[in-house]
Each structure stands twice: as C-alpha cells, then as structure tokens.
Design a protein around this ligand. Sequence first.
Ligand SMILES: Nc1ncnc2c1ncn2[C@@H]1O[C@H](COP(=O)(O)OP(=O)(O)OP(=O)(O)O)[C@@H](O)[C@H]1O
Ligand SMILES: CC(C)(CO)[C@@H](O)C(=O)[O-]
Length: 274
Amino acid sequence: MFVPSHITGFFKIYKDSNKNILQIGSIGAGITLNKGVDTTITKGDNEIYFNNKKINLRPTIEVINQCNIDNYKISHKSDFPLSSGLGVSGACALGVANLLNKDNNKNNNSLEMAHISEVKCGTGLGDVIAQRTKGFVVRELPGVPNFKTQKVQKISIKNIDNYNVVVEILGKKETSQIINNPQWIEKINKIGDELLLKLLKNPTLHNFMDLSYYFAKNTGLATDKIINICNDLNFTVGASQAMLGNTVFCICENKDLNDVLSILNNPIICKIYQ
Ligand SMILES: Nc1ncnc2c1ncn2[C@@H]1O[C@H](COP(=O)(O)OP(=O)(O)OP(=O)(O)O)[C@@H](O)[C@H]1O
Ligand SMILES: CC(C)(CO)[C@@H](O)C(=O)[O-]
C-alpha cells in the first residue's frame, strides 16, 4: 500500500480543545510527491519495522490500537527518513489504516483513523488529508469533516511534467515540539493567517512557493542556512523549507534541474504525485 509523502508549504493551526478531535487540524497548502511509504502487513509477533529496523512508531501504534488487531508484522519501506517535514509519519499511519480497512469496506474510516493518530501523537495536523487527496492540495478548513464537505481542493497544474521537486534533507526536526509550543503556535498563526486567501486568488505553483518562502522566513521557522540555500535557488519556480522539517524543497522546471542539482549536496529528485 503506497502513500505519497507530503510537503506543507504554509499552514495555520486549529487546536480548540473543546472540539471533536476530527475537527482539530490545520488549514494550508502543500504538494504530494511520487516518493513515499510502502506498507505491508503480514502475520508476526506484533512488530513494526521501518526500513527493516524494528521501531515503536507511535502514529502506527495508535492506528493499530483503534483496530484491535493482534499477531501482526507491519513493514514500512520509506524513501525518506522520519522527522524531516515530509509527512512520513502520516504516510505510515494512513498506509496501515488503509490496509486494515480495505477488507471490511470501511475505507472512509481509514482517513479518520490516521488523522486521529497523527493529532494524538502531535506528528501532523493535515498531512493525511492531503495524502488522501494527492497533488497540489489546498485545505480551507481544518480536520477531516471538511474533506467530505469539499473544503479540500486539488489545484490543477498545467504542464505538470515540466516540473520537478528537489528535496535536500539537512537534519531532523520533531513536529510535536513546534505544534505543541504556544509561542510557535502564535507565530505560525499570525503569519499563516492570510496566506491561503492570497494563494486562492492566484493558485499557481509560483505563488505557492513565494508564499511558502514568506511563511518560512517570517515565522522564524527557517534557519539562516535554509534561507541562504533558498536565496541561491532564486532562479527556480521557488524554494522554501518543508514544514515541519530541517529540509529544503525547490520546485524547478526541467531546463533548470541541472543548475539546481549543482547547488545542493544531497538532492533527491521527485515529481508531484497526483
Ligand atoms: N527511531 C525511531 N523510533 C521510534 N519512533 C521514531 C524514531 N524516529 C522518529 N520517530 C517518531 O516518528 C515520528 C515523526 O513524526 P514527525 O511528525 O516529526 O515527522 P514526519 O511525519 O516524518 O514529518 P512532518 O514534519 O511532515 O510531520 C515522531 O513520533 C517520532 O518520535
Ligand atoms: C503540522 C504539519 C505542518 C506537519 O507536517 C502538517 O501536518 C500540516 O500541514 O498540518
């Protein structure tokens, strides 16, 4: 079961504790990539493997707990590491939830299960909704119900084959340390507030990258190192920090790909997956 990775460019957090957990989440915009996580479930001793290493991956465990299964071996094969702003924990949670719900025709539940797991673990607020939608995704209301009420849009991209998403992972950053911190929430929400409307007025990849860079820089989430790399990539469609990680992502046209690769140390070339 393949689930694409997801990069959030900018977002705003909605965490009202009086609300149902399905309504907690974020609004924002991002893209899914053709690299991600492939998950399988076989019989075993209740173990979870991530790229052949046994780990206790909380978002996956949360999904299992909701399903009451036993004697499983879950294997996540991922193109990217965890904690890098690429929505890998969400891809793992949604992959398991999709597999566990496939047989009993409850597939609509799998998104809810994965979202609940991500919110409980503090590992994501909107990734799995975008990962289910796929493509260039705008989330106009927080949480899962809005997926059903069409408040999640897939923006069409003209000439999509001409675009590459180049990813450079510089280090790790735990999402929960940011989205559970009141000072960061305030900064993120102050800057993130008007960006979605600006994107919807002009829904292009170029504008998405401009707004993502503005968000990364003005929230203070991006390090100087990331800002410098983004500035070096200013001849492209745009470059910014993948939220919420210590990772640069750049969208470039085919004609600029070699120049982008020459600037980065460990570039990973992806395509937008829809
Ligand atoms: N070796 C490990 N063993 C167990 N859990 C791990 C290990 N490495 C990372 N994790 C867990 O993986 C999860 C990563 O979630 P996190 O949200 O930070 O990253 P992500 O989903 O990959 O990216 P994003 O920033 O896009 O959400 C966290 O719960 C973290 O504790
Ligand atoms: C919080 C987040 C940026 C982590 O990847 C993402 O889940 C989102 O856009 O809500």
